[in-house]
Design a protein around this ligand. Sequence first.
Ligand code: UDX
Length: 470
Amino acid sequence: MGYVGLVAGTCYAHVGHEVKCLDSEQSKIKDLNNGIIPIYETGLKELVLNAVSERKLSFAHNNIAISSDTDLFVIAVGTPSGANGSAYMGFVHSVVSDVIKRVSAFPSNKSYYILVKSTVPIGTAKYIRDRIADNSLSNKLHVISNPEFLREGRAVKDFLEPDRVVIGTDNKAANDMAYRLYSPIFKDSSECENKIFYTSNVTAELIKYFTNGYLSYRISFINQAADLCENVDASLSDLMCGLGMDSRIGSSYLSPGPGFGGSCFPKDTRELMYSSSANSSPMTLLQHAVNYNEDRKLKIAHSILRGVQQMAGIKKEEYGNKKVNILLLGIAFKEETDDIRESVSLSIIDRLLSVCGDSVSITAHDPKACENLKSYIDANSRDQSWLSILIEKDMEKSIQNSDYDIVIVATRWSNFIGNSFLEKSIKDKKSVFVYDLHNIMRFPEDIIFDSYKRQLFSLGKNLLKIWGNK
Ligand code: UDX
């Protein structure tokens, strides 16, 4: 019951299907049955509570008996990166074995379906079909590949208003089952025709990886353009407009930043590079985009480190002490989510603490991700320096209590932009460095950054300029 399974199960129930969500964690099941949602997703809690009250949705442990009235088994378990970048398939294989065992005991007068919603490597549907054949169930149990395209923070909307539903199967009955599953989402049969896209299993698997691969590449592309803007004093925002006005390029998904993170792009690009090489078609362009992305995160951290060194000098000169107080606004990998996996903010904190140690103090704020950062620090307690981080859910308290010298705006939360409390605090500071990692801050004209002691470092202007053309 993670970001995909819980959203999918809830939305299936919301459109009228009867859904039983299984999980291995008893505590998560107990919470869900009590209306406590383990993830932050806009609009999800209301849908869960409604579907549960309408008895369309329930939660149980994955060891319970399942009725043979069940038509469809949806696999939405994780496929985290393995050591060599390939996806770890242990959780998927375990669920497949469990479904095969259950269906073996079901009557043979109907068909059953495994619907693979997890992001799985090329060839997974074939692997599952082979296991089904090994158990002489090929006439009874069929495989539907149905990758998700859910963005965290807007997963419910992406599920209920999809650009397309990709269905990979090898028989018409499976297509019909997928149609029954998804047609309630759409207003009529013509919208179903337009939005439900049928193809082979392996092609459906590839569509998922190439979607994330292309989007990752697109982000690295615009980030590299932002770097050049810095070196030639071009306007990044005008560049984005000029590019986006071309209908072949479009303006969506063209916002530069500190590099992509999250639980999907890094994982899925690693898997696509691994499996494409294994199939004699290495994704060399994507490899460059991924390498650039990782290098970018380090460069941004080092630019901030340079700022810390400068600020330490200023503070020593002004007050005789060198401790630099840093306020980090945005801990999650992006706005509108509580997910901190592969967040740029974590790599920035790591660099600052490992290089500066206790000569910096870090206050971290995020509207939704504070609890996950606390859990992350507890789980990684080997690194004692992280225990010094002050985690503050209230933005104004984080501004007041940090007594910051440097503020880093790391994600695009709307309440970071034009925040009068933050702006006033910046205005009142004698010395302050602001790092705007997405070029989103638009300060009023009476807030001046014109001296060695008061500097604004903005993406696309001067954030990475110190690297020049290296
Ligand atoms: C992504 C895909 O969009 C989704 O279809 C897939 O199912 C899961 O992976 P998600 O990881 O939730 O979704 O976030 P997304 O909004 O796509 O952003 C991914 C990363 O790219 C974030 O770090 C974000 O900050 C960055 N990004 C996104 C940019 O830097 N610029 C953009 O214009 C968009």
